[in-house]
Write a protein that binds this ligand. Structure first.
Ligand code: SF4
Length: 178
């Protein structure tokens, strides 16, 4: 039986997928690796909301250390004025997906996936391109399911509202606030 690691950015983006996979009896864990989020209080809000979704559906939740400065140097420095969906975002997807692939490979998962492209505001093609690179680099398969199908995004938002969870109004980094 496979064992999937699902990289999540937040509760509203992941809740619908978590519900669906749990219902199907899929063996999986949720990984929260989002050092892109600023400021740290915002990170904590999204972390807690995502944790609650996993608790609600009885799914294992894994948090990796948060370090926004390291993310900034690796991803955003020199790309501050890029628009959303531009080069900084492509680098941001790759940064997080690489870490997810590495974690999956080192911790007995058979595949990994993510909900980074579930929102219609996101460029799914950029997410998939980054996933292709990460799966090759770490020699672990990425599940390219398009989670947008069957109203994945709307379903997640509905669950987040039902559970009375925090719902953010910007992507994550300081540049997405403007
Ligand atoms: S806008 Fe979102 S995807 Fe783009 S760099 Fe910022 S946090 Fe990452």
């Amino acid at each position: 039986m496979g064992n999937l690691l699902l990289l999540s950015c937040c509760a509203p983006c992941s809740a619908g997928v978590i519900k669906k996979l749990a219902k199907e009896g899929k063996k999986f864990s949720v990984l929260f690796f989002n050092p892109n989020i600023a400021p740290e209080e915002e990170y904590q809000k999204r972390l807690n909301a995502n944790k609650k979704v996993c608790e609600h559906f009885g799914i294992n939740f894994i948090e990796l250390p948060y370090n926004h400065e390291v993310w900034f140097k690796a991803v955003a420095e020199g790309f501050e004025s890029e628009p959303e969906r531009g080069a900084r975002c492509k680098r941001c997807f790759l940064y997080r997906l690489r870490q997810a692939a590495k974690y999956a490979k080192e911790n007995g998962f058979t595949e990994f996936s993510s909900v980074l492209g579930i929102s219609r505001y996101k460029d799914l093609e950029s997410v998939n391109t980054a996933a292709e690179i990460a799966q090759k680099e770490f020699d672990i398969a990425y599940d390219f399911t398009n989670w947008r199908k069957n109203s994945g995004e709307q379903e997640g938002l509905k669950i987040a509202k039902q559970l009375n969870l925090y719902i953010q109004n910007y992507c994550g980094c300081e540049f997405s606030k403007r």
